[in-house]
Design a protein around this ligand. Structure first.
Ligand code: ZN
Length: 265
């Protein structure tokens, strides 16, 4: 195989990852999920990005994914405030997801749409990590897009996709309700249910169980790592954004289901 198309996919992924950073920062304000004024951070399409510390517009030469971050030593050129490591990390993930979609599905419509699915999961993971919300402005269109793609049986049978969306939403809703009855407080949000429905809509119902299993595993690993680093025991009452773990689990289960791993055959 020739590498050039995959390098091009990676470069496109860097640019799209850079846009995912804009969505993660501006989306929650636009959709009223954080205290900031709705227009305070700009729309998804403009104006040009500013440093949140000093307000200076960021120069074009400082907007090159990953390279600018390294060249600036992770600091704003104007005021030297630290740029969160999330920015280059999301750009790298963006590149990785587009290359992965091309490797699994080829340079086809299925590959392009899968890349968009992974980028949407990346944005959801970033927003949940930052704010604790999984905005419906992303999850609901993502459910619709998955069902629309599978109307043509692109990734799975259309009926399996419909069952996947319904079972994903209903399953999480039941667990959240049972949890609330048993523990007297909210454990899982409806945002998690909509995300799970989107995973079912894209991959069909058979991906739901492995996605949930992998998501729980990743969440547990993250909690264990945090506990080991801080030296404090895991606090079961501490709120943990389950979204990022479920996004990763959903993407992996979706890929596994399309690459005929033995337990999906
Ligand atoms: Zn600055």
């Amino acid at each position: 195989m020739t590498l050039i198309p995959y390098v091009a996919a990676g470069l496109l992924g860097l640019i799209l990852g850079s846009f995912v950073n804009v969505v993660i920062y501006r989306g929650p304000a636009l959709w009223g999920l954080v205290g900031a004024d709705r227009g305070a951070r700009g729309t998804l399409w403009g104006p040009r990005s500013k440093c949140p510390t000093c307000g200076d517009t960021i120069a074009a030469r400082d907007l090159i994914p990953i390279l600018s971050y390294v060249a600036l030593g992770g600091k704003c050129r104007s005021c030297a405030a630290a740029i969160p490591v999330r920015y280059p990390l999301i750009e790298a993930f963006g590149a990785a997801t587009v290359v992965l979609a091309a490797l699994v599905f080829g340079f086809t419509l299925a590959g392009a749409l899968a890349a968009l699915f992974f980028l949407a999961l990346l944005a959801l993971a970033g927003i949940d990590w930052e704010t604790g919300y999984l905005p419906e402005a992303i999850t609901l269109p993502l459910i619709g897009a998955g069902l629309a793609a599978n109307l043509f049986d692109l990734y799975t049978d259309k009926v399996w996709a419909l069952i996947g969306a319904a079972a994903g939403y209903g399953g999480f809703f039941l667990i959240a309700t049972a949890y609330r009855r048993l523990r007297g407080r909210d454990g899982l949000g409806l945002g998690d249910a909509a995300l799970f429905a989107a995973i079912g809509a894209w991959g069909g119902w058979p991906v739901l169980a492995p996605a949930a299993f992998l998501g729980a595993l990743f969440a547990l690993l993250a909690l264990s790592a945090r506990s080991a680093l801080s030296g404090k025991p895991i606090d079961p009452l501490e709120a943990t954004p389950f979204g990022p773990a479920l996004c990763a689990g959903g993407a992996l289960a979706f890929i596994a289901s399309r690459t005929s791993l033995p337990w999906f055959a």
